[in-house]
Design a protein around this ligand. Structure first.
Ligand code: NDP
Length: 452
């Protein structure tokens, strides 16, 4: 049977765009792609990219303070949110155009419309057009989840944070994950009074305990009011803002309430379950190691599969799918030892096992140092950097590395290469330091702090 396309991709985000491009440009496939919103997806349009630009924007007050310590006369500086927002929008327009150009150059046919599946080989898009296709790739990502509490509609999610008409003065951030913690720091840096409620004992659950403790101490020292073991029972509209009433009945008022309580796979209403595609409890599409669903012609990559919800992972999954199906190179995405960074202030970079995970697997030596970096110390900043290696006693291998401090994300990327290669502590030790840097501490950790 002749199909209209060899591959139809639903979703123009990181995973979908990579798969479409490789299948078309390198696999010679006829590829169609449907995107109902803007090309680029969560990462480019309402996630990583605008978030990181906001992180940069929010870091300047500290830089101005430092500049004064270094002898610069700094006049009073004020932040112009509408000006920043306009520049942000221009940048996102540029990036979206670049994504479109990339797809166009690869020969991918773009459809700016929502797509649903009619059967295992037929896609219908919102314009009413139908296309037959040999393969389908679902790469529709995720969407913010807000628990159903009374007044939930008064809260905003990360989606809205890039479009605020004005910067609020008092914000409540609910949640303790990546997004909540990053926005708490961004807003705080921009001069907003930030309160963060987290339902558990300590934010950033899942990260190395000592490292997250260090992040929390830094966030609190920068003025964020972090309230753990506290959750919102209901939200009420009040003049000029929102009142949040917690589980114990304590109420507080804010100009804005941001819910960052996780994301859910964006898999509803596409006709997947009806076709026999396996779906998990929170709507995630079930796939095997090749990203193939229970329906052989349908594959899925990225956040919609809820494996490891990070842009570079979605890209790898999309690329591996295209290599396997269209280039004849059987490739599985590798989900082991994936580094990541939380762009809080201070920043957290991490790869491999936490101390707690390593301990559960066998004896480990833990090397930790905390110190004031040269630049901050000169400016009389109290912030300390934390560097930590978790090392297997049995093999000497570095099982995990955790860094808290300026540019931790940049540093962990490089350390991750060594960790992925199986570097031992002895390999770190025989690497000569680059002086004076912060990261040199990673190769000068002589004595274990403790054995666990
Ligand atoms: P996370 O899953 O990281 O965090 C969700 C937070 O909300 C947790 O603290 C969770 O608490 C809390 N929560 C969940 N449900 C409720 C509820 N019903 N009531 C109160 N609190 C609740 O999700 P995020 O939204 O922060 O991020 C989504 C994903 O996006 C992440 O998994 C990450 O992979 C990715 N991401 C990565 C970034 C990066 O690499 N820098 C940046 C931003 C996002 P508890 O801990 O108790 O479950």
């Amino acid at each position: 049977m002749a199909f209209d396309y060899d591959l139809f991709v639903i979703g123009g985000g990181s995973g979908g765009v990579r798969a479409a491009r490789i299948a078309a440009a390198e696999g010679g496939a006829r590829v169609g792609l449907a995107e109902e919103s803007r090309m680029g997806g969560t990462c480019v349009i309402r996630g990583c990219v605008p978030k990181k630009l906001m992180v940069f924007a929010s870091g300047f007050p500290e830089i101005f303070k430092e500049a004064q310590a270094f002898g610069w006369d700094v006049p009073d500086m004020a932040f112009d949110w509408p000006r920043f927002r306009r520049a942000l929008e221009t940048e996102l327009d540029r990036l979206e155009a670049a994504y479109r150009r990339t797809l166009q150059n690869a020969g991918v046919v773009m459809h700016d419309a929502r797509a649903v599946l009619e059967d295992a080989h037929t896609v219908r898009i919102a314009t009413g057009e139908r296309f037959t296709t040999k393969h389908v790739l679902i790469a529709t990502g995720g969407w913010p989840f807000v628990p159903k509490i009374p007044g939930a509609e008064l809260a905003v999610t990360s989606n809205e944070m890039f479009h605020l008409p004005a910067l609020p003065k008092r914000v409540l951030v609910v949640g303790g994950g990546y997004i909540a913690s990053e926005f708490a720091c961004i807003l705080n840096g921009l001069g907003v009074k930030v309160t963060q409620y987290y339902r558990g004992a300590q934010i950033l659950r899942g990260f190395d305990d000592e490292a997250r403790g260090h992040v929390v101490a830094g966030m609190a020292a920068h003025g964020i009011d972090i309230r753990c073991n506290r959750d919102v029972a209901r939200l009420e509209k009040v003049a000029g803002g929102v009142r949040a009433v917690d589980m114990t009945g304590v109420a507080a008022e804010f100009d804005l309430v941001l819910y960052a309580t996780g994301r859910r796979p964006n898999s509803g209403g596409m006709g997947l379950a009806e076709l026999g595609v396996g779906m998990g409890a929170s709507g995630q599409i079930e796939v095997d190691g090749w990203s193939q669903t229970a329906v052989p012609s349908i594959y899925a990559v990225g956040d919609v599969t809820d494996r490891l919800n990070l842009t570079p992972v979605a890209i790898r999954e999309g690329h591996a799918f295209a290599d396997t199906v269209f280039r004849g190179v059987a490739t599985r995405a590798d989900h082991d030892l994936v580094p990541s960074a939380v762009f809080t202030q201070p920043e957290l970079g991490t790869v491999g096992l936490t101390e707690e995970q390593a301990k559960a697997l066998g004896p480990a030596d833990v090397y930790v140092t905390t110190f004031r970096p040269m630049r901050g110390a000169f400016a009389a900043r109290p912030d300390k950097v934390l560097m930590k290696l978790v090392v297997s006693v049995a093999t000497g291998r570095v099982l995990g590395c955790h860094i808290v401090g300026p540019e931790a994300g940049e540093m962990i990327q490089v350390v991750a290469v060594a960790v992925k290669m199986g570097a031992t502590k002895a390999d770190f030790d025989r690497t000569v330091a680059v002086h004076p840097t912060m990261s040199e501490e990673l190769v000068t950790l002589r004595k274990a702090t403790r054995r666990v």
